[in-house]
Design a protein around this ligand. Structure first.
Ligand SMILES: [Zn+2]
Length: 263
């Protein structure tokens, strides 16, 4: 397999309003997650931290220049791999233990699905979830997560304050027990992690809870959102968010219109 070099591992794109997206383009789409960087007046926010295959601090030093707080939307490997590189790391209390002491992980398709408790069905699963190596001699079998022992526990309603932006923690379980979103009500901006993106949503892994997911989607359906920054895929607008949320509810036999029961 080709080695691209660590300097090529990440790709950054500006998406406006002081927000940029960092991707790992050589990771298989099944496992490639977004890292979001939000410029704040007093400090920066980083949402999720990639796989941890290549050091963020070494390759993206600008990410660390303005006293960043990293908030993990949940403790899956593709969102928390780089967490230990940040001095201030926060995650919902329900998943803090997994961030402090991560369990088994793998970059190999079949092994990873087994660890996550997922059934691939008839879909072929790539043996290795990388499309290139970060350097010659990199051994994907040696991939492991480094825990972030000093992680701070978050709860629903907590606020991450950047000075000129305040983002509220929304606890939205379903994909995992401690899945959270960060919501900037003034800007109508929402960081959704794996709770909501425009592709097949996952509610069948270990720790998933369909009833909780339905309740979380009902909440998102009513939330004033102009732009959403998901854990996977492109930036969404408010219409996308409502379409995806309503589609999920229908797929699970819940009526999107019945969210405000009238007497
Ligand atoms: Zn996930």
């Amino acid at each position: 397999m080709q080695a691209v070099g660590e300097t090529q591992w990440f790709r950054r794109s500006e998406v406006g309003d002081g927000i940029s997206m960092v991707e790992e383009p050589y990771v298989d789409p099944l496992l490639a997650a977004n890292i979001w960087h939000v410029r704040g007046r007093d400090r920066d926010l980083v949402v999720d931290s990639g796989l941890g295959i290549v050091s963020l601090r070494t390759q993206l030093p600008w990410l660390f220049e303005h006293d960043p707080v990293v908030v993990l939307t949940h403790a899956h490997l593709d969102h928390m791999g780089g967490a230990s590189e940040f001095a201030d790391c926060r995650v919902h209390a329900a998943e803090a233990a997994e961030v402090r002491r991560p369990g088994a992980v793998s970059l190999h398709g079949t092994a990873l699905l087994e660890i996550l408790g997922l059934d691939a069905g008839d879909e072929p699963v790539p043996d290795l979830l990388l499309e290139a190596l970060p350097r010659d001699g990199y051994d994907p079998a040696a991939y492991a997560l480094h825990g972030a022992p000093e992680v701070t526990e978050l709860a629903d309603g907590d606020v991450v304050d950047l000075g000129d932006r305040r983002l509220r923690v929304l606890h939205l379980p379903g994909h995992t027990p401690g899945s959270i979103n960060l919501y900037d009500a003034d800007a109508g901006q929402l960081f959704t992690g794996d709770v909501l993106y425009d592709d097949g949503l996952i509610d069948t892994c270990i720790g998933s809870d369909v009833d909780a997911y339905v309740a979380s989607m009902r909440l998102l359906l009513d939330l004033p959102v102009e732009r959403a920054f998901p854990g996977h895929g492109r930036v969404l607008d408010g219409g996308d968010v409502r379409r995806v949320a309503a589609g999920y509810l229908r797929s699970r036999g819940a009526d999107p219109e019945s969210r405000r029961p009238r007497p």
